[in-house]
Design a binder for this molecule. Sequence first.
Ligand SMILES: Cc1cc2nc3c(=O)[nH]c(=O)nc-3n(C[C@H](O)[C@H](O)[C@H](O)COP(=O)(O)OP(=O)(O)OC[C@H]3O[C@@H](n4cnc5c(N)ncnc54)[C@H](O)[C@@H]3O)c2cc1C
Length: 312
Amino acid sequence: MPPGPSFPPILRATHRASVMSTQIAVAAAVAGIGVYAWYLRGNNNSSSGNASKPVFSSFGFHTLRLDSTELVNHNTKKLRFALPDPKQPSGLGLTSALLTFSRPAGRWLPVIRPYTPVDDLNEPGYITLLVKHYPSGAQSTHLHSLQPGDTLTFAPLKTFTWTPNQHAHVALIAGGAGITPMYQLARGILTNPADRTRITLVWGVNTEEDVFLRGELDGLEREFGGRVRVVYVVAKPGSGAGGSEVGGGSGKRDRKGFVTREVLEGVGLGAKEEEDVKVLVCGPPAMEKALKGKGTGVLAQLGYRPDQVHSF
Ligand SMILES: Cc1cc2nc3c(=O)[nH]c(=O)nc-3n(C[C@H](O)[C@H](O)[C@H](O)COP(=O)(O)OP(=O)(O)OC[C@H]3O[C@@H](n4cnc5c(N)ncnc54)[C@H](O)[C@@H]3O)c2cc1C
């Protein structure tokens, strides 16, 4: 639900760029209005580190210090923020996002956008974001400008609650930066010894240069072979500066094109093949429309019921 031109900037929290569902947009907007009042009053839990209490265990605002940054591809940065106490857990569950608040130079009202931590949620001391930069994007431009020592204000945002073993198989379909909640969920499922869910992760990107986390995803496949399969679908293979043809190098299993019915059927995601599959989708609007469009969507064509499909 992108805000129209008459909306005040605070409601840009509802501008979901590519991966914000209506539900989250509304939650973000409500939270945004709340935080705006809070922000102006200067309230914050930041400085009161308490190692026994997870940082994001309840709704509240926390200002964290940026510890380090790393460019992971041509437009995506890894930002690692220190929690107030190195022994403190984040308290985030599967699947969580964090609302980020900033007031870039020249803006009176804060900019509010959600991002998904990608580190092991059981590891204390840090949270790590992978942020794709959009040249005209308010928050991603601000986040890419941050230097170690700078601070950012966060609040927790619950997106979708994962229940272990509720489904035999989960299909994670991501587009571009929509990989972050999928990676968080895949790793959380696989590293939980009590969760036996199988995973098929299909990640659509424009070029090979847009892929990050390949090492981590390959690592999950190696470690949990048989339970997880990762499929890369590259729209324009070989078109990036350092791009290689699909089928070469580490991308030898990559598919060419978009995430179509044929691709999903080809990786065993035809709904008829299995009863109990949950499908999670997180991608740009065009991809979500192609997959979930009323009547014409690929997932409906494949036989998935609306209650089997969830969008972040
Ligand atoms: C639950 C959730 C989790 C998210 N997690 C992450 C994450 O981990 N990492 C991450 O990078 N992003 C993530 N996002 C997206 C993020 O919240 C922002 O929407 C994104 O960074 C753009 O914000 P911005 O302020 O930079 O751009 P805006 O100022 O909102 O947009 C400016 C312009 O940039 C372009 N643009 C912005 N976003 C997109 C897009 N996705 N696709 C195409 N064009 C776009 C559009 O032309 C837009 O008009 C998540 C979103 C949701 C809903």
